[in-house]
Design a protein around this ligand. Structure first.
Ligand SMILES: Cc1cc2nc3c(=O)[nH]c(=O)nc-3n(C[C@H](O)[C@H](O)[C@H](O)COP(=O)(O)OP(=O)(O)OC[C@H]3O[C@@H](n4cnc5c(N)ncnc54)[C@H](O)[C@@H]3O)c2cc1C
Length: 311
């Protein structure tokens, strides 16, 4: 099958690139290894987004669904559960090889975000044993937490925002290894005003249970120990990006991210990139910046393909 443009990844960046490409009538295919929506759907569906212009407060999953609907309504073809494996050269075109087939295209936009990431683990007793039996790496749906005792591990935005969601229905604790959180001031303020019990300068040492989790041991400071009865432990200490795919795609990398110029061009002709996967001086990983870069990438791809008189 032949396309003008293939976009790899259907997070905010890929979907926005699709919207802009279709406004230029480029025949556009978006490939998504999982479900469309990116991190908003896979990592924090329940979280409130407060910094996307035009939406005072919206749930992440709802914002993602609106972007998907928008991209489809513009005429993008979207293949979910299809992972891009290689970008090869074929005659004067590019050939994108996936785990289900291959497609020819005049240009490609890489928008794979943080790739197919894995959560970082603590590596403590009980963690693996109780995974999915009370130990999670993202917040389970709120309804399943009603009247439970839930302990979060981590000090960044993600852990604190998840804890705030849980605290609406559950007895909630946060354990953090430092004396202060590194989350945004606004979020830390909300935690301080909430019912959440924070345990600082502390590390989770052991997770115990029977069939499912029923308690933990926390080490506070150098030698103090505390046992706490909890039903759910949510560990949120970051993610290990699995970006090994992009290493095969013949684009220049810096710190394992794709280097782009101000037009979102990579080092490889016809291949553009945008969103969390790119790096440049001052890069700020947010939905709005991913979308902005995507608009530029789609415009650059259009100029590359169509060579309009004004480019
Ligand atoms: C907990 C948390 C909270 C956040 N809160 C906010 C917030 O409030 N406001 C804000 O602006 N930003 C927030 N962010 C950041 C924001 O989510 C990211 O900057 C944004 O999702 C980047 O979009 P993207 O499209 O570049 O990447 P992603 O959202 O990561 O999407 C990339 C997509 O590519 C797919 N993919 C990967 N590899 C392949 C492949 N080989 N083939 C096909 N598909 C592939 C993935 O499955 C994924 O769906 C938050 C991030 C986290 C972790």
């Amino acid at each position: 099958m032949n396309y003008d443009l293939i976009i790899i990844g259907a997070g905010p960046a890929g979907l926005t690139a699709g919207i802009y490409a279709r406004s230029r009538k480029l025949k556009t295919l978006i490939l998504e290894a999982g479900n469309a929506g990116g991190q908003l759907v896979s990592l924090y569906p329940d979280k409130g987004i407060e910094n996307y212009p035009g939406c005072v407060l919206t749930q992440a999953e709802k914002l993602a669904k609106r972007m998907i609907t928008h991209a489809l309504s513009m005429g993008c073809e979207l293949h979910e559960n299809e992972m891009a494996l290689d970008i090869l050269e074929k005659d004067s075109r590019l050939l994108v090889v996936t785990d289900k087939g291959s497609y020819e295209s005049k240009a490609v936009i890489i928008a794979v975000g943080i790739g197919l990431f894995k959560p970082k683990k603590l590596g403590i007793p009980g963690e693996d044993q109780f995974e999915n039996k009370g130990v999670y790496y993202k917040i389970p749906h709120k309804e399943s937490l009603v009247d439970k005792r839930v302990l979060f591990v981590g000090g960044g935005n993600s852990a604190l925002e998840m804890a705030l969601i849980a605290s609406e229905v559950a007895e909630t604790y946060i354990v953090h290894r430092r004396n202060e959180f590194r989350a945004d001031e606004g979020i830390v303020e909300k935690v301080k005003r909430s019912k959440i019990i924070t345990i600082l300068n502390a590390e989770l040492e052991e997770i115990r249970g029977d069939q499912t989790v029923n308690g933990v041991t926390i080490k506070i400071g150098n030698d103090q120990r505390m046992n706490l009865d909890v039903d759910v432990v949510v560990i949120n200490i970051g993610y290990i990006p699995d970006l090994k795919d992009i290493q095969r795609w013949n684009v220049e990398l810096e710190d394992n991210l794709i280097r782009v110029d101000t037009a979102m061009r990579t080092s490889r002709p016809g291949v553009f990139a945008c969103g969390d996967v790119v790096t440049y001086s001052g890069k700020y990983k947010q939905i709005i910046t991913a979308c902005g870069e995507a608009a530029t990438a789609a415009n650059s791809a259009y100029k590359y393909i169509m060579k309009p008189y004004w480019s």
